[in-house]
Write a protein that binds this ligand. Structure first.
Ligand SMILES: [Zn+2]
Length: 220
């Protein structure tokens, strides 16, 4: 098998740091007296599906103080739930229908670079097409966003409105609605992380059935 030696010393040191970190983790798994970490190889039964931003500052396990095995995770730029995203739909279907998670949290975060970029007219490359989904959310709420003068507050309010929209998008999928027909223990929540404090703020946008979705969206 082809193996390229890392010649650039900075690249090499950076890579070795990753491997050293893993050595530490291997030690922790080995020495875990609860046995929980060793049992992970047997399977998983998480109760939570986390759909969060790809931003490195908002890792699901640390934010919820949970261990590996406790949270099923999907992350992308700006925690979007796009109806035709096969990646998200596959994660959602597996989490809801196989793992039978009880909670789905769409977790946005204040200061989100994706949301901030969507509020500008600058081009950033291929991501502009992804960000258009956030611009759509802005379009629904442009009066409210435009009335906010402070740029930081503008972004943070759109972060909240975007979470609300993505929660709605999730709830309108056939996957979530069919699950609600079969069981009454699935809740979808909209939340925002304040990175400065680590606090996960409940936006009180929670759906446990399709009643609030409206005629066109609620499937028979
Ligand atoms: Zn973000």
């Amino acid at each position: 098998m082809y193996k390229k030696q890392l010649e650039n010393p900075i690249l090499k040191a950076s890579f070795e740091k990753i491997l050293a970190g893993n050595e530490e983790w291997v030690k922790q798994v080995k020495e875990d007296t609860t046995g929980k970490l060793q049992q992970l190889a047997q399977g998983q039964s998480p109760e939570l599906l986390w759909i969060g931003c790809a931003d490195s500052r908002v890792p699901a396990n640390q934010i919820t103080n949970t261990l590996p095995g406790e949270v099923f995770v999907h992350r992308n730029i700006a925690n979007m739930c796009v109806h035709s995203d096969m990646n998200m739909l596959s994660v959602l279907d597996y989490a809801v229908n196989v793992l039978k998670v009880k909670h789905i949290i769409v977790a946005g975060h204040y200061g989100c670079g994706g949301v901030s970029a969507a509020l500008s007219r600058n081009q950033f490359g291929i991501i502009d097409n992804w960000l258009c989904h956030i611009k759509d959310v802005y379009r629904f709420h442009s009066d409210e966003i435009d009335a906010i003068e402070d740029e930081v507050q503008k972004v943070n309010r759109l972060v909240e409105l975007n979470v609300a929209e993505q929660v709605f998008n999730l709830c309108t999928t056939s996957i979530v609605q069919n699950a609600w027909k079969e069981r009454n223990d699935l809740a979808v929540h909209g939340m925002v992380i304040d990175i400065a404090t680590g606090k996960l703020i409940d936006l009180n946008i929670t759906f446990t059935d399709s009643l609030g979705l409206g005629k066109v969206f609620a499937f028979k």
